[in-house]
Design a protein around this ligand. Sequence first.
Ligand SMILES: C[S@@+](CC[C@H](N)C(=O)[O-])C[C@H]1O[C@@H](n2cnc3c(N)ncnc32)[C@H](O)[C@@H]1O
Length: 240
Amino acid sequence: MEDKMAEDLREVRNLLAREGCQSWTSEKYQNDVYSFVLENQEHGKGIVEIGCYKGGLSVFLAFVCQKLGWAFYTIDINQQFIGETKNLLGKLALDDHVTFFVGTLSQFVEQVKLADPALLVIVDGDHHYEGVLNDIKNIYRMNYQSYAAVFHDFSLRHEDLPDERVDKAIYDFWGDEVSLLRIGEQFDENTSYPLKNRPGPDGHYWELNGSEGVIVKLHSNSWVNQFKHRMIEWWKKTAW
Ligand SMILES: C[S@@+](CC[C@H](N)C(=O)[O-])C[C@H]1O[C@@H](n2cnc3c(N)ncnc32)[C@H](O)[C@@H]1O
């Protein structure tokens, strides 16, 4: 698996370099997503991406889906970004199994039916607290339950955007005990990435000890399981 993964990653990185396409996601994040896909591929068939921007990560995801014979769905509220992503994937012959959708996830679930349960829903659209909560709720409205949700920019902050809180939306929805798999870059005091005391030129920074992304397994973190867990915790506290 390691060899196959390394070979595939070389191939897709060559494509990305040739086209000069950029993603806001790090190589480490992409590699971690790919490892998760390979290790869990029996649990779903397909990937849904929310927020394609200029298609940098979409190339990577479409490549993975093509390798596995899966459907790939990409969503963005901005028509121009969907157009650019469509052109890019077309140019790389990666568009034969792809659905391009202009709109929100809420509109997507009303208009599109997945062919199979997706392994992953990659959430990287609206990073405001309410926007992330809406996306999480809409993941549960799809015609099939997906296996896991991947969140980019988990610990990202902007000085002028106090409501940018991907992490808080996740904890508020699933509870503080939610089981999170941290992926991508990790930001301790030795990181070269911007931190609160030395933000980037546009005011962005990462929360200390934060994570670029996280994966949440939807089955093991369902509402019912969270409710059961809270009842057990409550019972433990009050039973003695
Ligand atoms: C951070 S960028 C995505 C970056 C991309 N994943 C990458 O790797 O380069 C966020 C994108 O989400 C889109 N967007 C913002 N709010 C959205 C929403 N509610 N639903 C779908 N897309 C949204 C924006 O138009 C933008 O293209």
